[in-house]
Design a protein around this ligand. Structure first.
Ligand SMILES: Cc1cc2nc3c(=O)[nH]c(=O)nc-3n(C[C@H](O)[C@H](O)[C@H](O)COP(=O)(O)OP(=O)(O)OC[C@H]3O[C@@H](n4cnc5c(N)ncnc54)[C@H](O)[C@@H]3O)c2cc1C
Length: 376
């Protein structure tokens, strides 16, 4: 293959693709909007599953590097009622089925595994255009352009490559997360730290929920979920951290103080993340010379699978391209044939159907029943 593969987006999906291509001796260039690898904080902890994310890391030849960044003990899980009663307390069994690592660390090992210059930072794509015969023009925000005969959109939720394949756009799911952090929690917030435990803590209730992760050290990272329309959040001034925190916390009135403290004691200003999703069975007809992976292809509300799927997409696409070096279309067709059903099935949590946040089943008991059914 003479023409390098053009990948838009240096998220986990695009980087995994570039790495697997490199393992097979195929050149690729990744164009990334951000100015550098450290331009933006990379968010929280990800559990990397043995049935998707870890398969991708194996294909990338990076399992040793991955094991070195795993945060021990973080597979523990607790489910609490709003009054603080612990209904499930599962220790980390150490079997490594879904070890946790920080997203930034995972991204770093992928970037470090690529030849220098593979990622072109500060290249924001503003548009793409079909030229016929499987060739495409990519237009960057600074007005420069490039032509490519193999284009991969790995540019996330608001992909600029997706319009070449599909008219679909992400829609609001009805839920937003508000992110908070407690640092040095064991010493400064012992009750909250105890409630969260050693790994993941979930406290669900119809219309609202708190997810908390113990990250490196004793930092607690919370996603506070509320099922509310976008204009409800728009009426809150998130530049006034104190008032915004109070407004969000008011939705958890009556909850145990060790749980509401995860909101009110935050060491950082609350950050709003509105959750969008593409239609669950989003797909497209084959268009020569271009495809999508990860969130660009199948953005879903967070269910613990998105980053894992993006990495597996990248790995499988890389392997398909390597297996069909003289036939790009065969490679893209083979990749998409497996990717479409896989992502449709993954609209679940750990392989089971999550209760919708606004349903009456979104309770600690409902969640535990779901885990139990899955185990049987
Ligand atoms: C709150 C929250 C929690 C989550 N928790 C988990 C979890 O625990 N486990 C899990 O597996 N998944 C989780 N996910 C989902 C996961 O984050 C995504 O599915 C995953 O990051 C998708 O990877 P990607 O490579 O497809 O896209 P992204 O990670 O979005 O990467 C896209 C890249 O493209 C770049 N880009 C965007 N536009 C352009 C452009 N125009 N030009 C050039 N570059 C561009 C971006 O800067 C970015 O670097 C969570 C998501 C959210 C919102």
């Amino acid at each position: 293959m003479n023409t390098p593969v053009t990948i838009i987006g240096a998220g986990l999906g695009g980087l995994t693709l570039a790495r697997v291509l490199h393992v097979h001796g195929i050149p690729a260039t990744v164009y990334e909007a951000e100015a550098s690898a450290s331009a933006r904080a990379q968010g929280g902890m990800l559990d990397i599953h043995d049935y998707n994310g870890q398969l991708a890391l194996k294909a990338a030849g990076l399992m040793d590097e991955f094991r070195a960044i795993v945060l021990e003990g973080r597979e523990a899980m607790r489910v609490l009622d709003p009054d603080g009663t612990v209904l499930l307390d599962k220790a980390d069994d150490g079997n490594g089925g879904r070890p946790e690592a920080m997203r930034g660390e995972l991204r770093r090992i992928l970037i470090d595994s690529l030849p220098a210059g593979t990622v072109r930072w500060g290249h924001k794509v503003s548009g793409t255009r079909a030229l016929g015969d499987g060739r495409h023009e990519v237009v960057f925000a600074d007005g420069t352009t490039l032509l490519t005969s193999l284009l991969v959109g790995a540019d996330g939720a608001w992909s600029r490559v997706r319009p070449l394949l599909s008219d679909a756009t992400p829609a609001y799911t009805g839920t937003s997360f508000v992110e908070t952090y407690l640092h040095e929690a064991d010493i400064r917030h012992p009750a909250a730290a105890k409630a969260v435990g050693g790994g993941l803590m979930i406290a669900p209730s119809p219309g609202r929920e708190i997810f908390a992760h113990r990250e490196s050290g004793d930092t607690l990272h919370m996603y506070v979920g509320l099922f509310k329309p976008l204009d409800w959040f728009a009426a809150i001034d998130f530049t006034d951290a104190e008032a915004a925190t109070a407004r969000i916390a008011a939705e958890f009135e009556g909850w145990a103080p060790e749980l509401t403290g995860l909101i009110t004691d935050s060491d950082t200003a609350p950050v709003l993340r509105s959750l969008h999703a593409l239609p669950t069975r989003h797909r497209w007809d084959r268009v020569p010379g271009v495809t999508l992976l990860g969130d660009a292809a199948h953005l879903q509300a967070p269910n613990g699978e998105g980053a894992n799927l993006a990495m597996l997409d990248g790995a499988e696409l890389g392997e398909a391209i390597a297996a069909h070096r003289d036939d790009t279309e065969a490679a893209l067709a083979e990749y998409e044939q497996a990717m479409f059903p896989r992502s449709a099935e993954a609209a679940t949590f750990e392989g089971a159907e999550m209760p919708a946040i606004d349903s009456e089943a979104n309770t600690a008991r409902g969640l535990i029943d779901m885990f139990t059914e899955k185990a049987e």
